[in-house]
Write a protein that binds this ligand. Structure first.
Ligand code: GLV
Ligand code: MN
Ligand code: MN
Length: 407
């Protein structure tokens, strides 16, 4: 199957016809359809298919127990109304790269696996990279059991409803010990490659990033009859906090986003009793991130007090800075025929986006390849990569896998 035909097969799954965006949330029907597609691709190639204890899917060429495996892959789930490329490009390119290596008659000296990590985006349960975090022991079973979606369904119940056994979830060091290198190909989520005129880049580092929940609690009351002076309106302190986030991020050269909000009782003619907003903030280094988030928290507390509103702030997740393995990164650059000197043709890029490769980098050597995104838009239906750039990405991934697994 060509890259093109695999891509076309995946394209309709979980796509909302009104928005044109993808709603492939963990353990839903759309996710199940993506998983079926993955299993079919594995079986069509005679690969050994398995699901690990955390619901991640694996397709093996060679003996998984032999050790020193080279693994590639990404994720198939999406953010709300996400694009087609974030995640799926890496999985489809992995199968296409294996096909290319087979057509080159590549002789594998190490096991090779393709993986689809579950729930990378955290769209349903609020925590990103659940599959890889569990595997790496960065999310405990107790924490995972507490994850709950917007309808009050817990992660274990959602897994169960999708036909998976939630009693097995947990750290999987034996599995990680079998892996010598993990390489994730991903659409770029910025315009660095477009600006440099390159089709493919190599990841250098991932910015530290996290998610914080701000609960502003005031008093519900009538929108028509309550004097302004008598209100305890949490929407006001929330709105001022959003503006403060923008200011703090600008001052520090970082980013801060309130992209999700819950309002109670959510009536046009009622002053809210609760405004719950989620802050996503990221910066090039820890110090800057601490400054931004500290500044936003301080401002939020002052605004809450000024409006007679109670405020609770909870850090829901955090991922420290990730410096990808230098030796593996240099090996990728060498394989791709370049070096890491200034002026190199395969640029090394930092990114503010989180990835399973970042989570796994604490346990095993990991690296990433990025494929040019002409507009840089991501987490949106407008996310795009040109097909010839995707094909160049497949060739680069095939070269890398050949260099790592066939020597
Ligand atoms: C995942 O794509 C993230 O960076 O939030
Ligand atoms: Mn994403
Ligand atoms: Mn992704």
């Amino acid at each position: 199957m060509t890259f093109h035909s695999m891509w076309a097969e995946l394209l309709p799954i979980g796509r909302d016809s009104a928005s044109g965006g993808y709603r492939r949330y963990a353990w839903t029907g759309a996710d199940a359809d993506c998983r079926t597609w993955f299993q079919e691709q594995a079986e069509a190639r005679g690969l050994t298919y398995e699901v690990d204890r955390n619901g991640n899917q694996w397709a093996w060429l060679g003996d998984p127990a032999a050790g020193n495996a080279v693994v590639t892959g990404s994720h198939l789930d999406s953010v709300p109304d996400g694009g087609a490329f974030d995640g799926p490009l890496g999985v489809v390119s992995s199968f296409a790269a294996l096909d290319e290596l087979r057509s080159r008659n590549a002789r594998f000296t190490k096991p090779l696996a393709i993986v689809n990590f579950g729930d990378e985006e955290g769209a349903r349960f609020g925590l990103a990279c659940v599959g890889s975090r569990l595997t790496a022991g960065q999310l405990t079973v107790e924490q995972a059991h507490r994850l709950t979606d917007g309808d009050g369904i817990t992660l274990p119940r959602a897994m169960e409803a999708a036909g998976y056994d939630p009693d097995t979830i947990g750290a999987d060091p034996e599995r990680l010990a079998r892996i010598g290198a993990f390489v994730e190909l991903h659409v770029e989520q910025g315009r660095a490659l477009d600006l440099s005129g390159d089709r493919v880049g190599i990841a250098g580092a991932i910015w530290p990033h996290g998610r914080w929940r701000f609960d502003f609690r005031g008093e519900a009351n009538h929108a028509g009859t309550t004097r302004l002076a008598d209100r305890r309106d949490p929407m006001l302190s929330y709105a001022e906090t959003v503006l403060a986030a923008r200011r703090e991020a600008e001052l520090a050269g970082a980013v801060a986003t309130f992209g999700k909000i819950v309002v109670e009782p959510n009536g046009v003619n009622a002053i809210p009793s609760l405004v719950r907003g989620w802050l996503d903030s990221r910066a090039a280094d820890q110090e800057r991130l601490d400054t931004v988030v500290g500044g936003i928290e301080k401002a939020a507390r002052a605004y809450a007090e000024a409006h007679g509103v109670d405020l609770d702030i909870v850090r829901e997740s955090f991922t420290p800075v990730v410096e990808f393995d230098h030796a593996l990164r240099d090996e990728l650059a060498r394989i791709l025929g370049k070096d890491t000197d200034p002026g190199l043709k395969v640029p090394v890029l930092g990114t503010g986006a989180g990835h399973d490769a970042g989570i796994l980098s604490g346990s095993i050597p990991t690296a990433m390849l990025f494929v040019r995104n002409p507009t840089g838009v991501s987490h949106s239906p407008a996310e795009h990569a040109a097909e010839d750039d995707c094909v160049a990405g497949v060739t680069a991934l095939a070269d890398v896998l050949e260099g790592l697994a066939c020597r």
